[in-house]
Design a protein around this ligand. Structure first.
Ligand SMILES: Cc1cc2nc3c(=O)[nH]c(=O)nc-3n(C[C@H](O)[C@H](O)[C@H](O)COP(=O)(O)OP(=O)(O)OC[C@H]3O[C@@H](n4cnc5c(N)ncnc54)[C@H](O)[C@@H]3O)c2cc1C
Ligand code: FES
Length: 330
């Protein structure tokens, strides 16, 4: 079975039992994607012809209207015949060239009781490029791998910085939290997927929404914005369950002092946390405080449920799909 991607007319073999996205990525065709789990909407495309099915459902990353227009999520669609779809655009291959490299954990630091920062040293002679908003797969010696967003833009530090949330019973996060000291040898593969950076200049608002360690890719974007011509009024809503997990409070308050067009809104569900924290859930706070989406760009990163609810709600309030950018954690 063949998959043809319009408008470039790129054609690849499809693998039985794999999604259209997986088949394209395995053939090194650089399609936009992020969560691979049907939540973020990044891999959406227009179905043109052929038969597909959705063994795990069509996914929450599309609204009912988008589905009615014939859009599908390539990470959810499996082929039953040759298939033709229209994707928005293929990324330039150089932007997504990924590599598999050994790495050493050089720094291991608890940023809060439930968030661990790792700095990973790659071999000095191996070039590794990424862009703000991308992620890597971290691979344990037994081959178990999980995705983690890069928390700093390229050029700041040759080490890769990732923020890992504690997950009860988590195979990879549990292994990392159990480490008593840096030094372990692991490997990484990437960079992959990731958020696109909205245009940084102009007067239209830029809304950033982070749930927990969803702050990591947003941090990389903010620091990249701060290096260039960034003029847009920007607000970051950063929500966590427990106030103790507002792990970047100090750096974000400093950022507010340094960048007059940036505002930081911390939220915790338990109402605890640093001075100025609001009690509540992050999606509810955004919807209440931001009524006008006519000109805004919105970037959401964090748990899939947060990304899916924000996408549904914001598109229903008039935000164009092309101005919703998301990174969903599975
Ligand atoms: C594109 C992408 C980027 C990501 N970036 C980050 C990041 O920057 N920081 C980060 O901490 N995580 C990130 N994740 C999530 C990460 O890849 C792992 O899923 C997570 O660390 C759990 O892995 P684990 O092996 O510890 O748990 P597993 O052994 O896989 O899961 C153990 C149990 O916890 C549940 N579970 C799995 N993940 C979560 C979760 N996130 N919250 C609550 N319960 C969960 C599972 O359903 C299972 O029941 C990202 C995921 C994706 C797809
Ligand atoms: S990559 Fe398909 S919905 Fe996120």
């Amino acid at each position: 079975m063949r998959l043809t991607l319009l408008p470039e007319r790129v054609s690849v073999d499809m693998q039985p039992g794999r999604s259209l996205l997986e088949s394209a990525l395995m053939a090194s065709v650089p399609l936009l994607h992020s969560c691979r789990g049907g939540s973020c909407g990044a891999c959406r495309a227009h179905w043109v012809s052929g038969e597909v099915d959705f063994p795990q459902g069509a996914g929450l990353g599309l609204t009912a209207e988008e589905q009615a227009e014939g859009q599908i999520l390539l990470c959810r669609a499996h082929p039953r015949s040759d298939v033709v779809v229209d994707v928005r655009t293929l990324r330039p291959a150089a932007a997504v060239e990924s590599r598999h490299l050994p790495c050493r954990i050089e720094q291991l630091e608890l940023l809060s009781p439930d968030v661990l920062r790792l700095r990973l040293r790659l071999p000095a002679i191996e070039p590794f490029n990424w862009s703000a908003g991308q992620y890597v797969d971290l691979i344990l010696p037994d081959g178990t791998r999980r995705a983690y967003s890069l928390a700093a833009p390229p050029g700041e530090d040759p080490r890769l910085e990732i923020h890992v949330a504690r997950v009860d019973g988590g195979r990879v996060s549990g292994t990392l939290f159990a480490m008593q000291a840096p030094g372990a040898l692991l490997s990484v593969e990437g960079p992959f997927g990731g958020l696109e950076l909205p245009v940084p200049t102009g007067t239209a608002p830029l809304l950033l929404v982070a749930g927990g360690t969803g702050y990591a890719p947003i941090r990389a974007m903010l620091r990249e914005l701060a290096q260039g011509a960034w003029t847009r009024p920007t607000r970051l809503y950063f929500g966590v369950r427990r106030g103790a997990d507002l792990y970047a409070d100090q750096e974000l308050r400093q950022f507010e002092r340094d960048c007059p067009h940036f505002r930081y809104v911390p939220l915790s569900e338990d109402g605890a946390g640093p001075p100025g924290v609001r009690r509540g859930r992050v999606h509810a706070a955004v919807l209440e405080a931001e009524p006008d989406y006519a000109a805004a760009d919105v970037v959401v990163a964090g748990p899939s449920a947060l990304v899916a609810v924000m996408r549904q709600e914001l598109l229903a309030r008039g935000l164009p799909a092309a101005r919703f950018y998301a990174d969903a954690f599975g």
